[in-house]
Design a protein around this ligand. Structure first.
Ligand SMILES: [Zn+2]
Length: 120
């Protein structure tokens, strides 16, 4: 069990819950921005350049939604670890993740060493 105070865990939990709410809101807004979600889209006889523009807009929105969704999943996983009392334990080597790191990235699942190896 990581040596974190209950206060620290509670604060992290609040941060994670707020971050998750923000992310889900952003994802919702992006979905509304997606030109493909425009109900007029299917029926319009737009010129080719409009279609291209909509396609680019759609791809950009999709990429953003994907990034945000990945982060939302990381945060959900961190919240599950908090509930299981396993928050702040590296998911790879089992060592404690430094508190300073968790303050910067509350959803960290790995210690710095393992994160480096995963990205290498
Ligand atoms: Zn590790």
């Amino acid at each position: 069990m990581a040596p974190f105070s209950k206060k620290f865990i509670d604060e992290q939990k609040k941060r994670l819950e707020n971050d998750l709410r923000d992310l889900l809101e952003k994802i919702d807004n992006l979905k509304k921005e997606d030109p493909f979600s425009d109900p007029d889209h299917a029926s319009d006889n737009a010129a080719v350049d409009t279609d291209v523009r909509e396609q680019v807009g759609h791809d950009t929105v999709e990429a953003q939604i994907k990034d945000l969704s990945i982060r939302a999943e990381d945060i959900k996983a961190a919240l599950i670890r908090i509930n299981k009392g396993k928050y702040g334990v590296c998911q790879k080597c089992g060592k404690d993740i430094p508190q300073a790191r968790l303050k910067i990235i509350p959803e960290s699942a790995y210690c710095i060493d393992c994160e480096k190896k995963l990205r290498a």
